[in-house]
Design a protein around this ligand. Structure first.
Ligand SMILES: N[C@@H](CCC(=O)N[C@@H](CS)C(=O)NCC(=O)O)C(=O)O
Length: 199
């Protein structure tokens, strides 16, 4: 399998963490994305131009990170990261959606800040910041319930917080969110998280 990759992408990180948790990295070949022109997209294997994508042995390409993580979960060893059915499944998938949405808001804010002079939108950036802060507040309320559970929801939360630290450390999300901070400290020590820290 070929994973189109960018070392700093939080969405690629989530895929890598999933692959490591399932002992699949040995079966994945890393393909670099093309950053020569940011306005043309960085991954020709994906019509959306984004990473990650995963090209299978039969030539089919999967995207985006939601689909790739579920695919890896279906072929990997060890306990599933996606509850099969019932209320727990919807709870975990909704957590995944919130954390991935927070990461997407952070990524879009970062891209807005890189736009040529006069092309960014401070009002829309503030809307994205609000989405990030509201998600962090919701995570703080939930954090005790995360416990030591490893599933696609908690992995997505870990990657969202890691990206926040990487790009928005000056906003200090830990302030006023002690339960989430304590949970993240434990979760970030997992080998799958420690091996994929953006550098
Ligand atoms: N919803 C997608 C988001 C993927 C995404 O936004 N990837 C960024 C890198 S972090 C990207 O490829 N950006 C390049 C572009 O949009 O041109 C997922 O979950 O995989």
């Amino acid at each position: 399998m070929k994973l189109c990759y960018s070392a700093l992408s939080p969405f690629v990180r989530k895929v890598r963490v999933t692959a490591i948790e399932h002992d699949l990295m040995g079966k994945i070949e890393i393909v670099d994305s093309d950053h020569s022109d940011m306005f043309k997209g960085i991954n020709p294997a994906n019509p959306l131009g984004k990473v990650p994508s995963l090209t299978l042995a039969n030539g089919e390409t999967l995207f985006d990170s939601y689909v790739i993580c579920e695919y890896l979960d279906s072929i990997g060893s060890g306990p599933s990261l996606f509850p099969e059915k019932g209320p727990e499944r919807w709870k975990v998938l909704t957590l995944h959606a919130m954390a991935n949405g927070m990461t997407d808001a952070a990524y879009q804010r970062r891209m807005d800040s890189l736009m040529p002079e006069g092309e960014g939108s401070p009002s829309w950036s503030n809307r994205l910041k609000l989405a990030m802060e509201s998600s962090l507040d919701e995570m703080e309320k939930q954090a005790e319930g995360y416990g030591d559970t490893v599933n696609i929801g908690t992995i997505a939360v870990g990657c969202a917080l890691g990206y926040h630290d990487f790009r928005f450390s000056h906003e200090q999300w830990r302030n006023g969110r002690p339960k989430l901070a304590a949970w993240y400290e434990r979760f970030a020590a997992r080998p799958s998280m420690a091996q994929t820290v953006p550098a």
